[in-house]
Design a protein around this ligand. Structure first.
Ligand code: AMP
Ligand code: GLY
Length: 421
């Protein structure tokens, strides 16, 4: 198949890597890709989605896979479908589950899907009144996409009110904050679950845990994610079943009723409170770095799963996973997440240890290639992934791989998967 992948991160690299490892040979294209995706295919530079769809048609691209949320929220899927193309991802309307926290919360409430008690409003008075009814900490969320920064966990009422005022006045997040969600704080442990959906049916992937904070022991600022592991032993069959029955099934049925059947990856941010899964949020794409650890655990064809999901035929296939574990450790540039760092040359030592060579690899993200030299030039530069029969074995291999990677300013957490060890 000729396959086009939209995006430029480690997530998209890992999808390409998994597809390239399949028995069947595929031809891959990226828009825009990164300095390492050229290992697998051709990087394109066609920003306009209509033009890109025309390119896909002319070049007989049979499947397009969308990595990040922005093109989905902008309606790339609708545009590609209007050209008769097969594309994996939700429509613009269904992408509102991530694009608007107000849409998502109202949807959850309408279909009785468990979530934190909340109010959504553009009125400062209403927001303050609701805040007064809650006990601190209090969670304040901007409605629109804010690159993962739109959620404030206020430690007291005053802090919450300042966050609300700054959002509603447009000061902190511009138009994305002109409506807010104020909600109760949930105390528990967090999980990331991913359901690959075709509008009617879905395949639930092994549950993962992300590490959102920059520093060890979950300290420091929030990031896109500094590492992840899967499957997590914190989830048993009973919890999976609760997520299926209480969250995924009613979401797919509800979205159909709304006239926006959900196709693509439903990424469920879950807080487990006293054994019960509560929906924190939905994203409409794979998590990054969660995708990088889930792809190596899939033993059946990844491209076929995406193709069948895009053509409403998931029922026909059985998706299989290895019994192993995967741990991914993000290596970020020196100034992440505050600002861009100066490009730094990446040196990869030859891996001499055959065990590490065989059971670990790198997913490249914020990298560019200039005259055959690879540079770190983005926030999250790459992810070292280890696979093993236990979480500890997978983690040791991931960290051994990290030891072979050098660039000025590199930083990483040294405690990934601590929750499971
Ligand atoms: P979100 O973008 O909604 O996933 O929020 C980002 C992070 O904020 C989540 O991953 C949680 O760690 C935290 N968070 C969001 N909502 C709540 C809540 N109601 N209670 C506790 N933590 C929350
Ligand atoms: N790692 C979390 C995310 O992709 O949003």
């Amino acid at each position: 198949m000729k396959i086009l992948i939209l995006g430029s991160g480690g997530r998209e690299y890992s999808i390409a890597r998994a597809i390239s490892n399949e028995d069947e040979k595929h031809e891959l294209f990226f828009m825009p890709g990164n300095g390492a995706t050229t290992d697998f295919g051709v990087n394109l530079d066609i920003k306009d989605y209509n033009e890109l769809a025309l390119y896909a048609k002319e070049n007989k691209i049979e499947l397009t896979i969308v990595g990040p949320e922005a093109p989905l929220v902008d309606g790339v899927v609708d545009i590609f479908k209007s050209h008769g193309l097969v594309i994996f991802g939700p429509s613009k309307e269904a992408a509102q589950l991530e694009g608007s926290k107000v849409y998502m919360k109202n949807f959850l409430a309408k279909y009785n899907i468990p979530t934190a008690r909340y109010i959504e409003t553009a009125s400062i008075e209403e927001a303050f009144n609701f805040t007064n009814k809650l006990t601190a900490p209090i969670v304040v969320k901007a409605d629109g996409l804010c690159g993962g920064k739109g959620v404030i966990i206020a430690q007291n009422h005053n802090e919450a009110k300042i966050a609300i005022s700054e959002m509603l006045s447009g000061k902190s997040f511009g138009d994305a904050g002109l409506k807010v969600v104020v909600e109760e704080f949930l105390d528990g442990y967090e999980l990331s679950m991913f359901a690959v959906c075709d509008g009617d049916d879905y395949i639930l992937l092994p549950a993962a845990q992300d590490h959102k904070r920059l520093l060890n022991n979950d300290m420091g600022p929030n990031t896109g994610g500094m590492g992840a592991y899967a499957p997590t032993p914190l989830v048993d069959e009973e919890l999976y079943q609760k997520v299926r029955d209480r969250i995924i099934r009613p979401t797919l049925d509800g979205m159909k009723k709304e006239g926006a059947p959900f196709e693509g990856v439903l990424f469920i941010g879950i807080m487990v409170v006293k054994g019960e899964p509560i929906t924190l949020e939905f994203n409409v794409r794979f998590g990054d770095p969660e995708c990088e650890i889930l792809m190596p655990l899939m033993t059946s064809s990844v491209s076929d799963m995406f193709y069948k999901a895009s053509t409403n035929r998931l029922k026909e296939i059985k998706v299989e996973f290895s019994k192993q574990f995967a741990v991914g450790v993000v290596m970020a540039s020196g100034d992440y997440p505050y600002k861009n760092s100066k490009p730094a040359e990446i040196i990869l030592d030859k891996v001499l240890h055959t065990d590490v060579e065989k059971n670990s690899h790198i997913s490249f993200a914020g990298v560019s290639m200039i005259d055959g030299i690879l540079y770190a030039d983005g926030g999250r530069v790459l992810v070292c992934i280890g696979v093993g029969d236990s979480i500890k074995e997978a983690r040791d291999r991931a960290y051994l791989r990290c030891g072979q990677v050098h660039f000025a300013g590199k930083k990483l957490r040294t405690d990934i998967a601590y929750q499971a060890l």
